[in-house]
Design a protein around this ligand. Structure first.
Ligand SMILES: [Zn+2]
Length: 290
């Protein structure tokens, strides 16, 4: 099972989030038929989204991320909450780009330049939206910038996905270290030192690191406050898809009924298919006329 952990260090002046998301990233890879660079881009974004979900104190709050760039991936959409569920998709699943000099997936090139947008919504309450320009499209740097600028929380962010040559996801996860308002100059230096010494997060996870050990190995006094399961889980349902069909106007629905074919709708987030018969559509029209 994939895990997320929340910890503190340096007398409570530093908060740490870590996530091992290998299985859920592999599930997304299979569901969306992702090629390596698309898998890395979505995997990194889902990892940061899970950790942002865990920052929320309210169970009802949903954190959604939208990244729009001019690279071949086009968009990355994910959403999560503090339940540990995450879902997501990319505009173009079939992207394979790597940097020539290093044997490294070129997520920055695949995303390109553009912006990232974070929406926090709580049921009927108005949404909080923060938007920043992308720094590099590599996702971790972009979110470090987002936390600093949009949430005024100085943060170090590491995200990584290791994809094997047969395209399966071998390791995925992330780490966020945040300086709380009481942080001193020494805390800042200690954070920079600890962060600078880290191996790439996907290498750590591939070597056997857990969400807990990633936190505990960072600082001498680091301790884990909470650990929870995380998974790829969509919120779609047959009823929600039906509601989507119900937004079509009667003329369109009638044409579809006349075609007398099974309608297949696919959820963008998870690729789940839902089938509707002409009779199902007729029911929507009948309810309107009743
Ligand atoms: Zn779905």
């Amino acid at each position: 099972m994939d895990k997320l952990a929340i910890g503190i260090a340096r007398g409570g002046n530093i908060r740490i989030y870590s996530v091992v998301s290998t299985k859920l990233t592999e599930e997304a890879r299979v569901r969306h038929d992702l090629w390596p660079t698309s898998a890395a881009a979505l995997g990194r974004t889902m990892a940061v989204n899970l950790m942002m979900g865990a920052m929320s104190k309210n169970d009802k709050e949903k954190v959604s991320i939208q990244i729009n760039g001019d690279g071949p991936i086009k968009t990355i959409m994910t959403s999560s909450s503090n339940s540990g569920n995450v879902r997501g998709y990319v505009g173009e699943p079939h992207v394979m780009l790597s940097y020539h000099d290093k044997n490294k997936l070129a997520v920055g090139l695949a995303v390109g330049s553009g912006f990232l947008n974070v929406t926090k919504s709580m049921g009927l309450k108005s949404d909080f939206v923060g938007t920043v320009d992308l720094v590099s499209g590599e996702i971790a740097e972009d979110f470090a910038y987002y936390f600093n600028v949009s949430e005024q929380t100085p943060s170090a962010v590491s995200l990584g996905v290791l994809v094997e040559t047969d395209n399966h996801v071998q390791a995925a996860g992330g780490l966020i270290i945040q300086l709380l308002p009481g942080a001193t100059e020494e805390d800042i230096v200690a954070t920079e030192t600890a962060f600078g010494k880290l191996l790439p997060i996907s290498t750590m996870i591939n070597n056997g690191a857990t969400a807990r050990s990633i936190i505990e190995d960072l600082f001498e006094d680091a301790r884990v406050l909470e650990e929870r399961d995380v998974q790829f889980k969509c919120e779609c349902s047959r009823q929600k898809m039906m509601n989507g069909l119900a937004t079509l106007d009667t003329k369109e629905l009638t044409e579809m009924i006349m075609d007398d074919e099974i309608i297949e709708t696919v959820c963008h987030y998870c690729q789940e298919k839902y089938l509707f018969t002409p009779l199902d559509l007729q029911r929507i029209v009948d309810e309107r006329e009743a």
